[in-house]
Design a protein around this ligand. Structure first.
Ligand SMILES: NC(=O)c1ccc[n+]([C@@H]2O[C@H](COP(=O)([O-])OP(=O)(O)OC[C@H]3O[C@@H](n4cnc5c(N)ncnc54)[C@H](O)[C@@H]3O)[C@@H](O)[C@H]2O)c1
Length: 700
């Protein structure tokens, strides 16, 4: 059963029990409705308390039901809330821990509400590209006041119950319980005290008024427009709340319903729902069940205090885990620590970190020049130069000193993790932890699973990732793993576009309008053009047949390495990130084009975007086919958190599904006819062809 029914004296208690967060899927709704029927029928029962077992009152609707008939199946959430509202016996919601979305809407249908302090209260639907759909936009303004309600609905942010309980004029909570432990007892007492009250107070009967309604909603619209250009939902939240102040309750409910259903069918909402589920699913590995034992990780070591090592160390310090940092020379340690301190100090200056917290974190850091000092670490992460020989020396040392069972991780971006594992006598303990730069900021972590990586090592590092607040995605071993292997194709297309007639600024502008945080040339300037140059040089040897534009090499020959040298595809003023187009670079591109005998053509933004994004899609399809990536959603999460792919598009594969895979394949076949492009790359991956033939999508 997903909800239990009990009677305490003359009060019935319905307890939602659908772990982990008492989601209001069909089975739970049926169980609550059954409890309500039982309570109505039982003459002894004078009042009804609804509460939640375990870690939540309720986290809300079951979003896997969205877009499926189950969401509408009776009793749907609407009917259930109406059932409470219309109960002839008082219904008291007893909230604790989490009361979100449909959970809060359910509580708003009750006659009284009591909350434990620290309850996270939210209507987060806007984060899924929706508005609350079970009366939240009509009832919350009536219970809480128009402005605080709109703020909650438009932001989707959670607010603790004790902060809401002190808002002037609020009627959301009739009482704040002393604690979660005493909540049920206090709810029963409240129920007893109101058992005879008639008529019953109903939120729907209360007014929702704003003294300067027109001006306020105009202001709210302007604010929202500035903040959410790619999303329709926030503006619709304003519309719905305004309707609550203008129309009768039932008309408002009908309007909310219509807006909700229309938003449900937008590509933006589909994209956000896909990403929401994909992020949660990313931590699940098909052959590593949730009950796989984990190794304890209480102390961490990091090798190399360069760009990555320092940032990696900071993640663990932030989570309260001690770190020992090893370098070759004291000067390198000093430099690395100075950078870490600078990062922390800038956070302190911005008010994001308290000074005493900063010192506490640094106190967890120790340094060494000797491998023997690392022997007690449970996890060691190597972030030294990207050369196999250097990695070999490091892993042989680690194999010598680390205690049995310690996890040995490499942050390599491109090297063969299986080869690195083979430098040790314990390949089962070796795993890739590929952080993204800046490692203390970027949310993405690619966990690279080697041929021999043990299951408990995988389970452990996925849990560690969560602890340090990263979103981890599992990748198999290949050159570039998921993210960088795809970005290579994207970079190649960007190069061909220059050869055919574009300027770097035109390419960047087109994909930035599409929504990418940064175009390929600005991104390369940020990452360092020398880094991709080194990788290309290796690939020229390893894959001699692969076609590349030479413009990026010509740029590097001029030492234009990007932001760090003040000059790359663009110019940069010290201390600023603004990319200023450079006439010499444009002339260099033109000269190279002329030398190749190419007559430039005007390329539409649409072609630019399609070639860049579909290059990601085709490579992703190969990754899925090869089993490097487990599922489409994992790839989309990599691009969302690692490469600035626009959330309203849902990731490259969700975007391809939206375009329609038939159209995707047609476009690829068209691109293959372009003699200046790489026809062999544009052969649609076999997986894509199969999906089209079977009428399927990449899916979740
Ligand atoms: N920079 C990035 O954006 C990025 C992103 C992801 C992964 N990576 C990977 O992270 C690793 C480190 O890259 P980085 O950018 O931090 O390099 P970096 O040059 O900034 O730092 C490397 C550090 O390792 C130290 N080092 C070298 N050999 C050592 C050894 N034998 N023992 C101890 N310390 C040693 C160096 O003194 C230097 O401080 C590479 O494998 C790289 O591919 C880099």
């Amino acid at each position: 059963m997903t909800a239990h029914y009990q009677v305490h004296g003359d009060i019935a208690v319905i307890t939602l029990d659908n772990p982990p967060v008492n989601g209001l899927g069909l089975a739970t709704r049926v169980a609550v409705a059954a409890g309500m029927a039982q309570a109505q029928a039982d003459a002894r029962v004078q009042a009804i308390v609804i509460t939640g077992a375990g870690k939540a009152f309720s986290g809300g609707a079951d979003i896997t039901e969205f877009g499926s008939p189950k969401a509408f199946q009776e009793p749907n959430l609407h009917s259930l809330v109406a059932l409470l509202d219309n109960s002839s016996k008082p219904v008291i919601a007893a909230l604790h821990s989490v009361a979100m979305g449909g959970g809060l809407e359910l509580a708003l249908g009750c006659h009284y509400r009591i909350a434990a302090p620290g309850t996270s209260v939210a209507l987060p639907e806007v984060k899924l590209g929706l508005i609350p759909g079970a009366g939240g936009t009509q009832r919350l303004p009536r219970a809480l006041g128009v402005e605080p309600a709109l703020n909650m609905i438009v932001s989707g942010e959670a607010i603790p119950s004790e902060r809401l309980a002190v808002l002037p004029g609020q009627r959301l909570f009739d009482k704040l319980a002393a604690s979660k432990d005493s909540l049920l007892e206090e709810a029963l007492a409240l129920a007893g005290s109101v058992a005879a009250v008639r008529p019953l107070p109903r939120v729907r009967d209360w007014p929702a008024k704003h003294p300067q309604g027109d001006a306020y909603f105009q202001f709210a619209r302007n604010m929202v427009k500035g903040m959410s250009r790619n999303f329709p939902a926030p503006a619709k939240c304003v519309d719905a709340v305004e309707i609550a102040t203008q129309k009768k309750f039932d008309e408002g409910m009908a309007a909310e319903r219509e807006i909700f259903v229309n938003l449900m069918w937008t590509s933006e909402s589909r994209a956000l729902r896909h990403l929401f589920l994909a992020e949660r699913a990313a931590s699940k590995i098909p052959d590593v069940p949730a009950d796989t034992p984990q190794r304890a990780v209480k102390a961490v070591a990091v090798i190399g205090a360069g760009t990555m090592g320092g940032g990696i160390a900071m993640n663990f310090l932030n989570a309260g885990i001690p770190v020992k940092l090893l370098e070759l020379k004291q000067e390198a340690l000093d430099r690395g620590i100075a950078t870490m301190r600078k990062n922390y100090e800038s956070q302190v200056k911005k008010g994001k970190l308290k000074a005493d917290k900063y010192e506490q974190r640094m106190a967890l850091l120790s340094t060494t020049l000797r491998y023997d000092d690392l022997k007690d670490a449970d996890l060691v992460i190597e972030a030294v130069f990207e050369e196999l020989g250097v990695k070999e020396a490091v892993f042989k040392e680690l194999d010598r000193v680390m205690k049995p069972g310690a996890i040995l991780a490499s942050n390599t971006s491109t090297l063969d993790l299986n080869a690195i594992a083979a430098f040790t006598q314990r390949p089962q303990d070796v795993v890739g932890l590929h952080f993204f730069s800046p490692a203390n900021i970027m949310k993405l972590l690619e966990v690279v699973r080697g041929k021999h990586t043990a299951r408990d090592v995988m389970a452990t590092v996925m849990a560690v990732a969560k602890k340090i607040k990263k979103t981890a995605v599992v990748s198999g071993v290949c050159d570039g793993f998921i993210g960088n292997r795809m970005i290579e194709q994207y970079g190649r297309q960007a190069g061909f576009l220059l050869d055919e007639g574009c300027t770097p600024a035109q390419v960047d502008r087109a994909v930035e309008r599409f929504g990418m945080a940064m175009g390929p040339f600005r991104m390369s300037d940020l990452a360092g053009n020398d880094i991709s140059w080194a990788i290309r040089k290796r690939r020229y040897v390893e894959r001699p047949g692969m076609k590349y534009s030479k413009t990026a090499d010509l740029l590097c020959e001029k030492d234009r390495f990007g932001q760090k040298t003040g000059a790359g595809w663009y110019d940069y003023v010290p201390g600023k990130r603004e990319a200023i187009p450079n006439a010499e670079v444009v002339a260099m591109v033109e000269a190279h084009r002329a030398a190749l005998g190419i007559t430039p053509r005007k390329i539409a933004d649409e072609e630019i975007v399609q070639r860049l994004v579909l290059s990601l899609v085709n490579e992703a399809a190969h990754l899925l086919e090869e089993g490097i990536a487990n599922k489409a959603g994992d790839i989309d999460i990599v691009y969302l958190f690692g490469y600035g792919f626009p959330p309203h598009r849902g990731g490259p594969l969700q975007y391809a599904d939206e375009l329609g895979l038939f159209n995707v394949v047609q476009a690829m076949q068209r691109f293959a006819l372009n003699p200046l492009d790489d026809a062999s790359f544009w052969q649609p991956a076999p997986l894509l062809q199969r999906l089209v033939a079977d009428g399927k999508t990449f899916g979740p």
